[in-house]
Structure formats: structure tokens, C-alpha cells
Design a protein around this ligand. Structure first.
Ligand SMILES: Cc1cc2nc3c(=O)[nH]c(=O)nc-3n(C[C@H](O)[C@H](O)[C@H](O)COP(=O)(O)OP(=O)(O)OC[C@H]3O[C@@H](n4cnc5c(N)ncnc54)[C@H](O)[C@@H]3O)c2cc1C
Ligand code: SF4
Length: 486
């Protein structure tokens, strides 16, 4: 958490606590479900200023704010909400930026129900303060106002840092390091910058213009970007340090290697990984299907099943609806209660006509003589005692097999580390799942001058955790570059 500026006098909530507790949570306006399930426009429309102020007045200004404790990067939520209640939106945005460098993004995609809003004291008796919606409101207000002041940049230190990967970890590290006066160059394997924020999360949840705006701000601050560079193939970490003389490298390559079910028939035409499906739709612009040739299997009037219960599966199934699927079914082997996806995405998916086949597991994909998918043989599951993840273990019910007809099946059951950098950097320690080993505080790896953070260290996690890791790494890299001590 960074140093806090004092709040102005106006930011005092004058309503008595009893009155504040009576105010009902303001609803986020959203596009009509029938309409939006056929287009890629953003679903949530954002709070009006009057609603944001009323929502902020629901905060009771706790002495020990549970919201801050449960925010992974300790955003000063209580103070920000008080500033919104006082109509001081730009001051609220500035305070938010003290701890969160991508607020318009996290306001849209953080799983608030498990974080800040999960810890909100008002939520113990009713609905929690809509912290995510308020965060989005001030970040958008600041962006639209054009009054986003770029931070001061320290005089050049003469040191340079290579950042590998332009997801939230890489971008937030770049922002902090450039301010310290270091030269920063971000290397990205794909042709677009933003990592999962652009190639994974669809336009209807996070418009690409918002991510591009953040990248543009970094460019204006002096960060250099190079796309289409696959580090480990085009250039190695050792070459970056020895031949190109980077003083430090931050590896923020995410966990983008898709996992499959490893059941018979996964090779049939029409079976995708969710990663490939979403990347094709997002980066090859199938979401603008009137203007671009659709580079995915035509979902129009087809039966689509998506396997998994996380954000990726939810994004894929909602995307398939928008591409014209006749039926879009989410197949998940546990029950609703165990689904890791954000609660809002589950609600939106149901409203958009996605069918939920819970406690169901595909055991085989079926195809025709030409190799095209025709369906999935599934078994019904029941939950037994909790496994090592703490969730109740699904067990197949004998004799419960049935066939779900499908022309497209999308597998969204998780991802793992891409091994390229690890395999071309011999002295970089990895764990048994091939994630890079880095110290939790300093983000240092086993190799001098090389730091790592985000999903490539933790495994698939969240945007806010990746952003927090990038900021921690930046502080640690700065300490290393100025002290020379490892
Ligand atoms: C579909 C989907 C939906 C999600 N929804 C949410 C959500 O709603 N809320 C939430 O909090 N989290 C969500 N997540 C998780 C979240 O997006 C990730 O935890 C986060 O993006 C990780 O950030 P990162 O910077 O570590 O990696 P990434 O965002 O994965 O970025 C890594 C970047 O490194 C690049 N790269 C990889 N290898 C190389 C290489 N060798 N050379 C150069 N570049 C390389 C990649 O192309 C990529 O651009 C979602 C994930 C997915 C896949
Ligand atoms: S926990 Fe809820 S009520 Fe308390 S300060 Fe945070 S937002 Fe306000």
C-alpha cells in the first residue's frame, strides 16, 4: 500500500448510520438480455453520478474496514467511497490510483464478492456497498474527463529493464518502473498488447478501448513496446541481458497453455480449447462479424457445449450465444456453489439463455465418419467429501450415461504454464508444474537480475493479483538496480 494523502473536510458523510443502512443498493444499469445476447456491446452501462453518490452514502465508514482487509492490494476503499459521497470524483480516482494502476479494468472484472464486497460490514446484514461499481464509476469519470494527469518521471538512471509479457502484471510493473527513471521495454508475443485482458476477456465485459487507453498512457510516459517477439524463441533471456544489456528482466508471461479433458474423441473437428476460441474471436475480430471474415467455426444455429465453471468457460459460452448458437450449454462437473466464475457473469449468462448442466461430466466426444463432432457422452455426478482444494469432490453415478448432441465443444477447464522461457533459461528454477519459482515478497527468481510475477508464478489467478505482483516486482527491481545487491 502506498502513502496516503489526507481527505478534504467535505468528504465527511453527514447522514446518521441508521439512515445510511436504510438505503438500498443501487443497481448497475445493463443492456437488455435478449438484445445483448446477440451483440458484443458492453453489458454493464455504468452508474450515473447521482446513483454513485447515493451508493457511496451507504458506507458506514467502519473503524476497521473489512473491505480494505479483503482487497488483495489494500486499496483505501473507505476513503475513496467517502470522496465519492462528497462528489469529489477526481480526488477519489487519484486515491484509487495510489494502490491500483488499472482501476477501470479491475472495476469491471474483479471478483468483488470474494474480495472487498465480501468483507464489507454493511453486507453482514444486507447487500454490501457496491464497491466494484463505484471503482468503475470514478475510473471512467477520470478517463472521460480527460483530466488524468500523467505522473512525474524521475531523471534517467541509465538502467534498463526488459519486461516479457504485456498482461496486467507486465503493464503495472512497466508503469511503476518508468516513473523511477529506468528505461522500460515490453516484449509481447502476440500482435496486440494487454494479455488476457484483450485476447481472453471478451469485448462485452471489458471493451478493448479501455485496455488500449491504459497502454497509450504508458507509451506517453515513455514505455517502449515491441509486439510479435516470442521470448525464448526470437530472443532468449540470456541474450536480452548479455547482448542487449538489460540490467534486469521481469518475466510476466501468464499461464496460457490450455488443459484438455484427455478423453476419447477430443480430436474431432469442432472441439476447441476455450483459449483458442476466445483468442480467435477477440484478436481476429470474429466479434465484429459483419466487417471481418469469421475465423472460427460458424456457431450460427449450432448446438454448443462449453465444459468448465470458471470465468473462461463463462466467457466462451456467452460468446457462442453472441455468435448465433441455437443452444449454448455450460457443462460443469460440480454444482452451482462450487463454480469459480464471478457471480455477476453467472447471472448474466443465465439471463442470456445459457443452459446450465451441473453435476455433468463428458467422458467421450462422438463424431461422424467425416471427423465432425456430433455430441458428447456424459455421466451425471454427485458430490462426496471435500478434496485438497476444499471443494466437494465429484464422483460419477453408475449407469447415468447420456448423450448431449453438439456441433461445437469448447474446453475451458483451466490452463497451465507455457514452458518456452523455462526451457531456454537453464538456471531459472521451476516447480513441479513448471511455474517459475519466485520469492513472494521480492519476486526474485533463482537467476540474478531476473524477476517473475503474475500467473506464471501463481498459476491462473486474477487480474488484481497479477497487477499487485507487477507492482511488487517493480519496487524490488528498483531496489536491485539502485543498490546492485542481489
Ligand atoms: C477468459 C479469461 C477470463 C478471465 N476473467 C477474469 C476476471 O473476470 N477477473 C479476473 O480477475 N481474472 C480473470 N481472468 C484471469 C486473469 O485474466 C489473469 O489472472 C491475468 O490476466 C494474469 O495476468 P498476467 O499478467 O500474469 O498474464 P497474462 O494476462 O496471461 O499476460 C501474459 C502475456 O505474456 C505474453 N507471453 C507469453 N509468453 C511469452 C513469451 N515467451 N514472449 C513474449 N510474450 C509472452 C502473452 O501473450 C500475454 O500477452 C480470466 C482469464 C481468462 C483466460
Ligand atoms: S467495509 Fe463496507 S461499510 Fe465499512 S468502510 Fe468498507 S465499504 Fe464502507
Amino acid at each position: 500500500m502506498s502513502e496516503s494523502r489526507p481527505l478534504p473536510r467535505s468528504a465527511m458523510n453527514v447522514l446518521p448510520v441508521k439512515e445510511r443502512m436504510k438505503i438500498l443498493r443501487r443497481r448497475m444499469p445493463e443492456l437488455d438480455a435478449a438484445l445483448r445476447s446477440r451483440n458484443f456491446e458492453e453489458v454493464n452501462l455504468g452508474l450515473e453520478a447521482a446513483d454513485a453518490v447515493t451508493e457511496a452514502q451507504r458506507c458506514i465508514g467502519c473503524a476497521k474496514p473489512g473491505c480494505v482487509v479483503d482487497c488483495p492490494v489494500g486499496v483505501k476503499i473507505k476513503e475513496i467511497v467517502a470522496l465519492i459521497a462528497a462528489g469529489e470524483y477526481l480526488a477519489a480516482a487519484a486515491k484509487l490510483r495510489e494502490d491500483n494502476s488499472l482501476p477501470a479494468i479491475t472495476g469491471r472484472v474483479c471478483p468483488q464478492e470474494n474480495q472487498c464486497e465480501g468483507g464489507c460490514i454493511v453486507g453482514k446484514k444486507g447487500e454490501p456497498v457496491a464497491i466494484g461499481n463505484l471503482e468503475r464509476f470514478v475510473a471512467d469519470f477520470e478517463r472521460v474527463s480527460g483530466q488524468l494527469g500523467l505522473p512525474a518521471i524521475a531523471p534517467s538512471t541509465g538502467k534498463s529493464v526488459a519486461i516479457v509479457g504485456s498482461g496486467p502484471a507486465g503493464l503495472s510493473a512497466a508503469g511503476d518502473l518508468i516513473q523511477k527513471g529506468h528505461r522500460v521495454r515490453v516484449f509481447e508475443a502476440l500482435h496486440e498488447l494487454g494479455g488476457v485482458l484483450v485476447y481472453g476477456i471478451p469485448e462485452f465485459r471489458l471493451p478493448k478501448s479501455i485496455v488500449r487507453g491504459e497502454v497509450e498512457n504508458l507509451r506517453r510516459m515513455g514505455v517502449e513496446f515491441e509486439t510479435n517477439v516470442v521470448v525464448g524463441k526470437s530472443v532468449t533471456i540470456d541474450e536480452l541481458m548479455q547482448d542487449e544489456h538489460y540490467n534486469a528482466v521481469f518475466v510476466a508471461t501468464g499461464a496460457g497453455l490450455p488443459q484438455f479433458l484427455n478423453v476419447p474423441g477430443e480430436h474431432f473437428n469442432g472441439v476447441y480449447s476455450a483459449n483458442e476460441f476466445l483468442t480467435r474471436v477477440n484478436l481476429m475480430r470474429a466479434y465484429q462479424h459483419d466487417e471481418y471474415d469469421e475465423p472460427v467455426y460458424d456457431c450460427r444455429d449450432k448446438d454448443v457445449i462449453v465444459v468448465g465453471g470458471g470465468n473462461t468457460a463463462m466467457d466462451a459460452v456467452r460468446t457462442s450465444r453472441r455468435l448465433g448458437a441455437r443452444t449454448a450449454k455450460l457443462v460443469y462437473r460440480r454444482s452451482d456453489a462450487e463454480m469459480p466464475a464471478r457471480a455477476e457473469e453467472v447471472k448474466h449468462a443465465r439471463e442470456e439463455g445459457v443452459e446450465f448442466c451441473m453435476l455433468t461430466n463428458p467422458v467421450e466426444f462422438l463424431g461422424d465418419e467425416k471427423g465432425w463432432l456430433t455430441g458428447a457422452r456424459c455421466v451425471k455426478m454427485e458430490l462426496s467429501e471435500p478434496d485438497e482444494s476444499g471443494r466437494r469432490r465429484p464422483v460419477a453415478i453408475k449407469g447415468s450415461e447420456f448423450v448431449l448432441p453438439a456441433n461445437v465443444a469448447i474446453i475451458g477447464v483451466g490452463t497451465t504454464a507455457n514452458p518456452l522461457i523455462q526451457s531456454t533459461t537453464p538456471d531459472l528454477a521451476t516447480n513441479k508444474w513448471n511455474y517459475i519459482v519466485a520469492n513472494e515478497e521480492s519476486m526474485r527468481t533463482s537467476k540474478r537480475g531476473v524477476f517473475a510475477g503474475g500467473d506464471i508464478v501463481t498459476g491462473g489467478a486474477t487480474v488484481i493479483l497479477a497487477m499487485g505482483a507487477g507492482r511488487k516486482a517493480a519496487a524490488s527491481i528498483h531496489a536491485y538496480l539502485t543498490s546492485g545487491e542481489w
